[in-house]
Design a protein around this ligand. Structure first.
Ligand code: AHR
Length: 350
């Protein structure tokens, strides 16, 4: 009698425990030990075990996001986009700011692994040196999405998807505009370049794309090139040293608006007119950059869209639901002359 009464209670308890563990213990343990990893994640991250989606219905998806820092207007807009999109999608966001240091990002990723988040996303400060920590995420069964910047690893199983711009194409766009402006030049055109953070994907690729195009005209010469770390302060400082070292600068190519804006301060302080005495090309098209373009201080801006939040949240949900996510999602972008910037400014979102 006693046993008959207890059995249904025991069965119910066992069921509850199974369903609670089944949903909540997402991807703990090591090396594709089954768990509850999403099917598509397993497919793209190289595990063989097809699984139920995690987390279970009703439980919030937890996303760990390791941001580069707050070095530029672009980055601020990107952070806002990610926070807003996570809130709108009902995703719990664990946000970490690495202050432009790779070791901080690695620490943040390890902490997300320990906390057993559902998905990790990050924008790598630099391209190389990620294999070990991403292998740890893979072994913990946590899918990783790269946003904004890529890594240079051959092992594509370390991440599910990369959402962001084509930085080489951005560099080419800057180069094509310059090529056209100076197509009739018969004398050397002296270019100085403010590079982004050394070793970062946008610095490497924007340089490569620009050089690839301008080499068509041997008059276009980069006479000095140095990092300004994507910040306004560094852009100003490096431009000051360029101006001291070179009396004959015709063009400044800055890998982002902020460095260009810092350089404008240095150019004005040197008694020169930005946009006239020195032609200025930048990348990003954030509000301050667009304003400077509308004012004629920047001649040409190549757009780099920071509003990646909604696309990232869609990808996070798809991964958790076990849907296929494209390995590469390229952001659509344009370019702005001064006139175009003036027209676009009133509706600019960032
Ligand atoms: O990775 C995108 C780049 O990072 C932006 O162009 C720059 O402004 C930012 O700091």
């Amino acid at each position: 009698m006693k046993t008959r009464k207890i059995m249904p209670i025991l069965l119910l308890a066992v069921c509850l425990v199974i369903s609670a563990c089944g949903g909540g213990s997402k991807n703990s343990g090591t090396g594709g030990g089954g768990d509850n990893k999403p099917a598509s994640t397993n497919a793209s991250q190289g595990s063989e075990t097809p699984n139920e989606p995690t987390p279970p219905a009703g439980k919030k998806i937890v996303l760990g996001f390791a941001q580069v820092g707050a070095e530029s207007g672009w980055r601020t807009a990107n952070t806002e986009s990610i926070k807003e999109a996570a809130a709108a999608a009902g995703i719990e966001l664990k946000f970490s700011d690495a202050q432009q240091k790779q070791e901080n990002q690695i620490k943040a990723i390890r902490s997300f692994i320990q906390q057993k988040v559902d998905v990790i996303a990050f924008s790598p400060v630099v391209e190389s040196g990620w294999e070990t920590v991403l292998q740890e995420a893979k072994e913990a069964g946590i899918p990783v999405i790269l946003t904004d910047r890529a890594i240079d690893s051959e092992d594509e199983s370390l991440y599910v998807s990369f959402i962001g711009s084509d930085f080489v194409e951005e560099g080419r766009r800057a180069g094509r505009w310059l090529l056209e402006q100076f197509k009739d030049a018969t004398e050397p055109v002296n270019i100085v370049e403010l590079q982004g953070t050394t070793g970062s994907a946008p610095a490497i690729d924007r340089k490569a794309g620009f050089e690839e195009v301008i080499k068509e005209n041997p008059n276009l010469k980069i006479i000095a090139s140095q990092t300004g770390d994507f910040t306004r302060a560094k852009g100003k400082e490096v431009m000051q040293s360029f101006l001291q070292a070179h009396k004959d600068i015709d063009v400044l190519y800055a890998h982002n608006d902020d460095m260009g804006l810092g350089a404008i301060q240095a150019i004005e302080a040197a008694g020169l007119v930005p946009g006239k005495d020195i032609i200025i090309i930048t990348v990003d098209a954030v509000r301050d950059g667009m304003q400077a373009a509308a004012d004629g201080k920047i001649n040409f801006i190549v757009e780099c869209n920071p509003l990646l939040g909604p696309q990232l949240m869609d990808a996070v949900k798809a991964v958790v639901e076990g849907k296929e996510v494209p390995k590469r999602i390229v952001t659509e972008e344009g370019t702005f002359t001064s006139e175009e910037a003036k027209a676009a400014l009133p509706d600019r979102k960032y």
